[in-house]
Design a protein around this ligand. Structure first.
Ligand code: NAD
Length: 292
């Protein structure tokens, strides 16, 4: 039989991911603070319970898809959770967390007889729905191999390193690049539009040229040109990831001037936009609101 999965965090990403696992035949027991999210898991074929500890109890694998390291730590530090997690359970943090905190957490869990790997993802809500996420895993071979079949239901697992936290480091770096691309792409697109160029014509040409990126291939054509701004990835979550990356740069003593500047600008937009703003709103904000 397939191993039982406890799934904690049923948001934009966690819900479609847990739904895929349930559809693939994994017994999935899930929890989210939001009762609406719990109801959606039940509709998708999983079992919703009233606490994170109840989701973890009896599970062979516990997956976390939560906003941040702080939330991951608080969920795992709950005494009821500690009591619920059976020795030998593999805890998989698929959130975009902080690598140093993840490494520390893995050490604490080890002392409780628990194994941890980090396996953050890229590919957005669409990738979560379609099972085409790129999964960047860090942690010992043995645990990675144990969860590989499960991760393959969600996308393409890449075992980056045997060091726990390596996936989280790479994920933050990926999003730093992605955020900087989106900002400069948006500035370039606005300059082009002011010059009289058509947005779609520009994107088509750039996508055959060296300026292309996820921003020109996906974010601009799918969420910004149509004006829906509904990628499902929050602007604040993006800013969190950028800060993880520049924090890592500082810790490693690597200069990151342009990256620091990008963080400052995104911070300014985050303060100006509602907390629920999608990260693609950055393009609209640049067009309409950016102080000159
Ligand atoms: P989200 O805000 O949609 O979902 C997070 C969920 O966690 C919410 O449903 C919230 O109610 C729940 N939650 C918060 N605290 C909780 C707690 N203590 N116990 C139980 N549930 C709790 O966020 P998301 O977009 O699904 O992102 C989740 C993680 O994945 C983040 O780290 C994010 O950076 C990362 N990520 C997101 C995307 C994306 O496109 N949305 C892509 C890749 C990675």
């Amino acid at each position: 039989p397939l191993p039982s999965v406890g799934f904690i965090g049923l948001g934009n990403m966690g819900l479609p991911m847990s739904a895929r696992l349930a559809a693939a035949g994994y017994p999935v027991t899930g929890f989210d603070l939001d009762p609406g999210a719990r109801a959606r898991l039940t509709d998708a074929g999983g079992t919703a319970v009233e606490s994170a500890a109840d989701a973890a109890r009896g599970a062979a694998v516990v997956i976390l898809m939560l906003p941040s390291s702080a939330v991951v730590e608080s969920v795992l530090a709950d005494p009821a959770m500690k009591e619920a997690l059976a020795p030998g359970t593999i805890v998989v943090d698929m959130s975009s967390s902080e690598p140093m905190r993840t490494a520390q957490l893995a050490g604490q869990l080890k002392a409780q007889g628990l194994n941890m790997i980090d396996a953050p993802v890229s590919g957005g809500v669409k990738g979560a729905e379609n099972g085409t996420l790129t999964i960047m895993a860090g942690g010992p071979d043995e645990e990675f191999e144990q969860v590989r079949p499960l991760l393959e239901v969600l996308g393409k697992p890449r075992h980056i390193s045997s060091v726990v936290g390596a996936g989280h480091a790479l994920k933050a770096l990926n999003n730093l690049m992605s955020a900087a691309h989106l900002w400069v792409t948006s500035e370039a697109m606005l300059i082009g539009e002011a010059f009289g160029l058509d947005a779609t014509a520009m994107l088509e040409a750039v996508n055959g040229s060296s300026g292309r990126s996820g921003s020109t291939e996906n974010k601009w054509p799918n969420f910004i040109v149509p004006g829906t701004y509904d990628s499902g990835f929050g602007l604040r979550l993006m800013l969190k990831d950028m800060k993880i990356a520049t924090g890592l740069a500082a810790e490693m003593g690597v200069p990151s001037l342009l990256s620091e500047a990008a963080v400052e600008r995104w911070q300014q937009a985050a303060e100006d936009l509602p907390p629920t703003a999608d990260h693609t709103e950055i393009a609209r904000w640049l067009r309409e609101k950016q102080p000159s």
